[in-house]
Ligand binder design. Structure first.
Ligand code: HEC
Length: 111
């Protein structure tokens, strides 16, 4: 009887320990994921400004008025060659479709 109590206590504490550490790693994964999304989107700030306002007099279009969907459409058009440009075609080709989606979600206006 005693041994059985001990065993179940051991089981519960192991289980608690495991579930704690797995929720911690979930939080860490969420942080890393956020950082990844933000750093992907941050690569655009050099030209378009940190809030998508564009660099004044730099000839850079404003992108902060676009919804995520409109932005993704433009990025995919640059990537496929459907839309011409000086910089964006090369840039868009460097990202996977998933990365472009992530960037557009991060930077685009939520409708
Ligand atoms: C080196 C400067 C530079 C960087 C970095 C840059 N862009 Fe651009 N972007 C431009 C220029 C210049 C244009 C105008 C089209 C062209 O000539 O390529 C443009 C156009 C666009 C357009 C079309 C805007 C419209 O009104 O249709 C979108 C959307 C866009 N960029 C999104 C992005 C995103 C998202 C990133 C980050 C992944 C990014 N750009 C990074 C320079 C840049």
């Amino acid at each position: 009887m005693r041994a059985q109590h001990f065993k179940s206590a051991l089981f519960i504490s192991t289980w608690l320990g495991l579930s704690c550490s797995s929720s911690m790693s979930l939080a860490q994964t969420a942080d890393a994921n956020n950082l990844y999304k933000r750093s992907l989107a941050a690569t655009c700030a050099n030209c378009h400004g940190t809030d998508g306002k564009g660099v004044i007099d730099g000839g850079m279009p404003l992108i902060n008025g676009l919804t995520s969907e409109q932005m993704l459409t433009q990025l995919k058009a640059f990537k496929s060659g459907a839309r011409e440009g000086t910089i964006m075609p090369q840039l868009a080709k460097g990202y996977t479709d998933e990365q472009l989606e992530t960037i557009a979600k991060q930077l685009g206006q939520k409708p």
